[in-house]
Design a protein around this ligand. Structure first.
Ligand SMILES: NC(=O)c1ccc[n+]([C@@H]2O[C@H](COP(=O)([O-])OP(=O)(O)OC[C@H]3O[C@@H](n4cnc5c(N)ncnc54)[C@H](O)[C@@H]3O)[C@@H](O)[C@H]2O)c1
Length: 249
């Protein structure tokens, strides 16, 4: 991509899993990568930074909670001061706190909505100033297939991921005329730390429902995200791209 050299790419949740794969995919074009995560320690983010460094990239990582508006406003202000611009924002940070509604506490509801949905609002609002000035930018929000079809025990998570779909379409309409594309990718069942904790019996039940017969890999999501941020996808905005092996059609 001719005009993508040294794009400034911010990836929330970029320390591991899908976010790490997205960072590694972007490394192919030699960008400046900023990772935001909220892991207990820096081991996963250091691993990602090392992998990027082996590919000749000097990336930076911040351990900070995306759910705080003021903190994100300040962080993105610092990123813009340091790098001069933000070209790509991938809102990928997400958590689960699965429980049946009867057992779901207000705190479980609030925390998942705050990280998964308000986090997307906080980062988008903070990044979009730079994109509007540049008259160019790409935002990809990571939703989920269950935001579309629902799932038992995930009312908080599904609500947050469905919220991301509505947010994506609204902002896409608001900024389409300013050269900014806003899309969402809705992964199906992807092999990461988030899904590793499930018992094998549950994983097998999910596997049987996937026409492609396997779970997705983080790279499957990274490919779609990267393509959405390329010139080839320039006429695509406000879309939810499902990457799920046929689980939902
Ligand atoms: N794995 C799947 O099957 C699957 C399916 C559909 C959607 N998703 C979505 O994809 C995204 C990535 O999932 P994953 O499987 O790679 O998860 P993961 O648990 O492996 O990684 C989550 C990332 O989000 C970061 N994060 C969590 N809370 C944060 C906070 N408050 N502030 C900043 N960063 C925070 C973590 O530090 C980590 O970097 C999530 O939004 C998830 O909901 C995953």
């Amino acid at each position: 991509m001719s005009d993508s050299i040294s794009r400034v790419v911010v990836i929330t949740g970029g320390s591991r899993g899908i976010g790490r794969s997205i960072a590694l995919k972007f490394s192919e074009e030699n960008p400046k990568i900023v990772i935001i995560h909220y892991d207990e320690d820096e081991s996963d983010s250091e691993k990602t930074l090392n992998e990027l460094s082996l590919r000749g990239l000097k990336a930076v990582s911040y351990r900070i909670d995306v759910s705080f508006f003021d903190a994100m406003d300040k962080l993105f202000g610092n990123i813009i001061s340091e790098f001069g611009r933000i070209d790509v924002l991938i809102n990928n940070a997400g958590i689960i706190r699965d429980k049946l509604l009867m057992l779901l506490s207000e705190e479980d509801w609030d925390r998942v909505l705050r990280v998964n949905l308000q986090g997307v609002f906080n980062c988008t609002k903070a990044a979009i100033r730079s994109m509007i000035r540049q008259k160019k930018g790409h935002i990809v929000n990571i939703s989920s297939v269950v935001g579309q079809i629902g799932n038992i025990g995930q009312a908080n998570y599904c609500a947050s991921k469905a919220g991301i779909m509505g947010f994506t379409k609204s902002i896409a309409r608001e900024v389409a005329g300013r050269g900014i594309n806003v899309n969402a990718v809705a992964p199906g069942f992807i092999d990461t730390g988030m899904t590793a904790a499930l018992p094998e019996k549950v994983r097998e039940k999910f596997r049987q429902q996937i026409p492609k017969g396997r779970f997705g890999r983080p790279e499957d999501i990274a490919e779609a995200v990267y393509w959405l941020c390329s010139d080839a996808a320039g006429y695509i905005t406000g879309q939810i791209i499902h990457v799920n092996g046929g689980l939902y059609m």
